[in-house]
Ligand binder design. Sequence first.
Ligand SMILES: [Zn+2]
Length: 103
Amino acid sequence: MDPETRKQIEWILMPPLMEVLPHQFENGARFKGFRALCDYCGGEIRLPQVHGGIVSLSHNRCVVNARARCPECAMHCEYHYLLDAEGEMSARRLAGPDDHLAQ
Ligand SMILES: [Zn+2]
């Protein structure tokens, strides 16, 4: 199976990210989603096209593990963000599509 087909199947199997949004942290901060831009063509990917989930790491930190299908070029992009709601909310994109999240 070529990598793009594998990504497509994984994307289909993941629930829409919107189902778990907004994510509420214990300190009351809320994460309502992000503006995804395609890694391949730079096109904007709207939230309904983003699938995935959110894993809490601690009270005010979580990892967003999401994939999106670009409506422009039909490529699948992967987004891994570490969200930190301690103080000012920050989002850091984690490196590499092949990163696997350690539990
Ligand atoms: Zn694209």
